[in-house]
Ligand binder design. Structure first.
Ligand code: 13P
Length: 279
């Protein structure tokens, strides 16, 4: 069933686990993740980067995810990841997205508040919750990570914007980590206590399992996984390419890539504690 961001996050909050939020890029990645979610009876978030919404591909993928979610026996949220402006938010709502992230984290604090609050006002009128970000989660290629999220500022931000969950900078980054990350678990706990809303961990690919578990125990309720989805898809495709007996029909050709994405999703569903929670 298709559910809202606030509803699926609330489920995780009540059960003390975390919803895996997978970035999807094409129909095969959607298929692999949905198969895993059904098999493990897990609630999941499928999310699209705004570039996909702004390009033609979103026009094909978004309705497919909505249809898959409506048919699914498990709760599924279709979420817009990292919206920078209003255009992609309008478009996503029109396409039936049930969660929006408005990302003003690279802006000065007041501008981030204004942008995020206006998204909350608009989305809440149709019952869609908004994720905000405070403390800019950059790329692993950035020269420095920037200032980690401050708990008191996070409390102000949540009060000033009305977001239903908050993405935080606590030692995480997008992409393949160049060295093992070291999440600030105490800070996650302090932010959670101060701001009172569930927290979101971006850059979920490559964080060691023990740190993920500690982060969830401290208050992370949504973990984003993007790079690992791409790697799993590439690995499956490569295996097929390397097979001299491969079938050229594209649907058969894609089976191994769907399977490797499904394996990854099964793994993350177990890690986040979401398995068996779709009751
Ligand atoms: P990774 O690509 O590092 O997993 O990060 C994904 C993400 O946070 C999407 O917002």
């Amino acid at each position: 069933m298709l559910v809202t961001l606030q509803k699926i996050i609330q489920m995780a909050e009540e059960g003390n686990y975390c919803i895996p939020a997978f970035n999807v890029y094409n129909i095969e990645t959607v298929m692999g993740i949905m198969e895993a979610a059904e098999e493990r009876k897990a609630p999941v978030i499928l999310q699209l980067y705004p570039r996909l919404v702004n390009q033609e591909v979103g026009f094909y993928i978004a309705p497919a995810v909505v249809a898959a979610a409506q048919r699914a026996s498990v709760p599924v949220c279709l979420h817009l990841d990292h919206a920078a402006g209003k255009e992609e938010v309008y478009k996503s709502l029109r396409w039936g997205f049930t969660g929006i992230m408005q990302d003003g984290s690279a802006l000065p604090y007041e501008e981030n508040v204004a942008l995020t609050r206006s998204a909350v006002e608009m989305c809440n009128t149709i019952g869609v919750g908004v994720e905000g970000e405070l403390g800019h989660v950059g790329s692993v290629n950035d020269a420095s990570m920037g200032d980690f999220t401050d708990p008191q500022e996070a409390a102000e931000f949540v009060k000033d914007t009305g977001v239903c969950c908050l993405a935080v900078l606590v030692g995480n980054a997008h992409g393949h980590y160049k060295k093992v990350p070291n999440l600030d678990i105490d800070r996650i706990r302090s932010i959670r206590q101060a701001c009172g809303v569930p927290l979101v961990l971006h850059g979920g690919s490559g964080i060691p399992d023990e740190q993920v578990k500690a982060a969830i125990a401290a208050g992370i309720r949504k973990m984003n996984i993007g790079t690992d989805v791409c790697c799993a898809f590439a690995e499956g495709t490569k295996r097929t390419m390397d097979d001299p007996n491969r079938h050229l029909a594209v649907d058969v050709f894609m089976k191994e890539a769907i399977r490797t994405v499904k394996e990854l999703a099964l793994d993350k569903i177990e890690l986040t504690g979401a398995a068996g929670k779709a009751v």
